[in-house]
Design a protein around this ligand. Structure first.
Ligand SMILES: Cc1ncc(COP(=O)(O)O)c(C=O)c1O
Length: 327
């Protein structure tokens, strides 16, 4: 086979691998919808649901970690507080308080008898009424879905690229809110990366500085100093990011929040991504340039271990309030 043909075949295979043919999410018995537990197959919305057309919804991603007969949910209350902040930014009048959502979430996990690792997806969205972009007096619906979930990335170490797409920024649609429509920006970057054979994309903000990955924050280690783009760098203020900042201080790793230049990615000793779905994901190369020696570095390893101990309830590091015990 000629070199050109080989490359074409490889590209085709990569393209196909981005198109799943069966649902990845495993159905469970119930979905929480507008205050009630509804059978999974009945938890549907009309095709003319406003948010389906205009991205007018906000959501969260929360993780539960099962070990033996226990199930722990990490930073449950703060996820719902962020959901309500996103709703406020998006002008959605949510009917539920953070505490009501927390209770609904625990009820849902118990009703579905979920015991292993899982993912929880709350969403607040503009429902079915009309096509007016102003959505005045339209229903604001809410749902929570929980399903078994192991890991977001199929690999333990990631090969990433810097995206050709610029990260959205505050005067356009605020990246600090988890607004459904915001994720088109992430989807563009993620699909471009996947088609080019990368596991993930790092996005630069409007001033050309590093912002974040498509669904994760980024940390860079250089000369034993840990750096992460500051909140003003067009990022989502990740709860995993916050947890890593907390753990760094606990474990005596120097941590700095500041603007990060693209070139710093090419000279880093270690890089890792953080997110609720992704956990702590080491980056082994950026734009095909190896990070350090392409091995998981000591700082990444230390923080990843501490993070895992914390989420499975093995260690509290003084924050036993961060873990909600379901069973
Ligand atoms: C764009 C983006 N950045 C960062 C993160 C990481 O945030 P968290 O650690 O709260 O999951 C996420 C995931 O929610 C995200 O979607």
């Amino acid at each position: 086979m000629s070199e050109k043909k080989k490359m074409q075949t490889e590209l085709e295979q990569r393209r196909e691998s981005t198109q799943a043919t069966r649902p990845e999410i495993q159905k469970v018995d119930f979905v929480w919808m507008n205050g009630e537990l509804v059978a999974w197959d009945n938890a549907t919305v009309p095709v003319m649901t406003h948010s389906l057309h205009y991205g007018t919804g906000v959501f969260e991603g929360i993780r539960g970690y099962g070990s033996e007969d226990k199930l722990y949910v990490f930073r449950l209350g703060e996820h719902f507080e962020r959901l309500l902040e996103s709703a406020r930014i998006c002008d959605l009048e949510c009917k539920y308080t953070s505490t009501e959502f927390e209770n609904a979430c625990v009820d849902l996990l118990r009703a579905n008898k979920i015991r292993g690792d899982c993912y929880i997806r709350p969403i607040v969205f503009v429902g079915f009424s009309g096509i007016n972009l102003g959505f005045i007096n339209y229903p604001i619906d809410a749902a929570i879905v929980a399903f078994p979930f192991k890991q977001y990335f199929a690999k333990a170490g990631l090969d990433v690229c810097v995206s050709s797409w610029t990260r959205i920024y505050d005067p356009v649609t605020p990246p600090m809110a988890k607004i459904c429509g915001n994720y088109v920006n992430s989807v563009f970057a993620k699909r471009e990366a996947a088609k080019n054979g990368y596991d993930e994309a790092i996005m630069l903000n409007a001033t050309g500085k590093v912002s974040e990955a498509t669904g994760e924050n980024i940390f860079v280690v250089k000369d034993e100093e840990l750096v992460t783009p500051s909140v003003g760098s067009s990022i989502l203020k990740g709860l995993t990011r916050d947890t890593i900042i907390f753990l760094s201080k606990k474990l005596g790793v120097e941590i700095i929040e500041r603007e990060v230049g693209r070139s710093e990615l090419y000279t880093a000793d270690e890089i890792f991504l953080t997110g609720t779905a992704a956990g702590i994901a080491p980056v082994l190369s950026v734009d095909k340039k190896p990070v350090g020696n392409r091995k998981v570095g000591a700082v990444t390893e230390k923080l990843a271990k501490a993070y895992f101990d914390l989420v499975v309830g093995r260690e509290t590091f003084g924050r036993d309030d961060w873990v909600t015990r379901v069973y």
